[in-house]
Ligand binder design. Structure first.
Ligand code: PLP
Length: 285
């Protein structure tokens, strides 16, 4: 595939990152994953706004404005156009740049910008009919999970622990309260309401989360952003994971116990359909 790297478009395997890049040495960088369907970005402005907030939070001056980011990313999509993989996720990373290794900010490094693509596959039939398994884990991440930083070691270890237990995601709990997944937000159906933890430093403001909440309100479901305890999670009628590349995943087993009726629930069915219909290139109904 073709990547964008510091002003050039080139095959991904020809990109060379300096060992002195602060993204490599310190995880001193932020990122976005932006979905596109049939060659068109989905919710790009929301991703670019979050990128700006992440950059501002770690005091990297954004190298581009929204118009320039859009042009760059659309150019990248066009260069990767392939009918065999119409849906692509763009991974975009901005680091503080290359400088002699020292923790404090270098006086004059220029941000490193990398963007690359990978295919987004439709949810497998088995997931749509049977759902997926998740496990809970203690949320031991740092205090600024609202910044989309590449410093993801805790998330990596939590996801790996989940995979080793035959699950697809770790659902994180901090002080007995749900925060989010290792790489997803978590929404639950509880007593007939759609509930998710409110935005806080312990939660990434997911673009998919926000879109799904809007769609649910439009469909007339009662929606609440409020704390979810471990015991409420355990008795939820439905549990969903949301992210840009996995969309809305229905969790039907949590820690080896069946969730709700043990298959993707009716509220998931409705929101999954609404989400599919909202995507670019969706058939007009
Ligand atoms: N929470 C975490 C920790 C994530 O890494 C992600 C995305 O991968 C999300 C939530 C979901 O965010 P979005 O819907 O914007 O992709």
């Amino acid at each position: 595939s073709i990547a964008y790297f510091n002003g050039d478009y080139l095959p991904l395997d020809q990109v060379r990152i300096s060992p002195l890049d602060r993204g490599f040495l310190f995880g001193d960088s932020v990122y976005e994953v932006i979905p596109s369907y049939a060659g068109e970005f989905f919710m790009l402005p929301a991703h670019l706004e979050r990128l700006d907030r992440s950059l501002a939070a770690i005091r990297i001056l954004s190298p581009f404005d929204a118009g320039q980011w859009t042009a760059l990313l659309e150019d990248l999509l066009a260069r990767n156009a392939d009918p065999a993989t119409p849906d692509l996720g763009v991974y975009l990373q901005v680091t503080r740049g290359v400088a002699p290794r020292d923790h404090a900010f270098p006086p004059d490094a220029r941000p490193t910008v990398l963007a690359m693509v990978s295919p987004i596959r439709p949810l497998p039939e088995a997931v749509r009919t049977e759902g997926v398994a998740a496990v809970t884990a203690e949320d031991r991440r740092w205090g600024h999970c609202d910044i989309k930083a590449t410093t993801l070691l805790a998330n990596v270890l939590n996801r790996q622990a989940a995979v080793e237990q035959g699950a697809v995601e770790a659902i994180l709990l901090r002080d007995g309260q749900l925060t989010e997944g290792a790489a997803s937000n978590v929404l639950v159906v509880l007593d007939g309401r759609l509930v998710t933890p409110p935005l806080a430093p312990s939660v990434l403001p997911g673009v998919t989360r926000s879109r799904v909440l809007d769609l649910a309100r439009e469909l007339g479901y009662p929606v609440e952003e409020c704390a979810v305890s471990e015991s409420e999670l355990a008795r939820a009628e439905e549990i969903w994971l949301t992210s840009s590349t996995r969309e809305i995943l229905p969790v039907t087993r949590l820690n080896d116990r069946v969730v709700g009726a043990g298959h993707p629930g009716p509220v998931w069915q409705a929101l999954h359909a609404a989400y599919q219909a909202a995507k670019p290139g969706a058939p007009v109904s």
